[in-house]
Design a binder for this molecule. Structure first.
Ligand SMILES: [Zn+2]
Length: 112
């Protein structure tokens, strides 16, 4: 049987290609040790583990964080998680940030 799958490296520089993949998968920089943050499937963690035990949840109040949320949290900025659902079914946006224990903390409601 002949393998007809296209060779994705054909006519391209392999190093460039790998660089592009790494850029795409780059989540952010660890706020505690400045190494890369990697996707650990169930959460985000530091590539420097076990020397650094920084982890970040992938969601807040059952809402999956966006890439923007994650990168802002890793930069120790406030970020807005949108379309959260309250107990009575109303949707709301929450302003959150990382606290000293690296837990995502609710700061307040946001209109945007
Ligand atoms: Zn780290």
């Amino acid at each position: 049987m002949i393998d007809t799958a296209p060779d994705i490296f054909e006519n391209s520089n392999i190093e460039d290609h790998i660089k592009k993949i790494e850029e795409k998968e780059k989540i952010g920089v660890c706020p505690s040790c400045k190494k890369n943050i990697v996707d650990k499937v169930k959460f985000y963690g530091c590539s420097n583990y076990p020397n650094c035990k920084f982890t970040l949840s992938k969601d807040f109040r059952k809402k999956k964080l966006t890439k923007k949320n994650v990168s802002e949290l890793l930069e120790e900025k406030e970020t807005i998680v949108t379309n959260l659902k309250s107990k009575n079914g109303n949707k709301y946006n929450a302003k959150v940030s990382l606290n000293d224990n690296n837990f995502i903390e609710f700061i307040g409601f946001s209109k945007s």
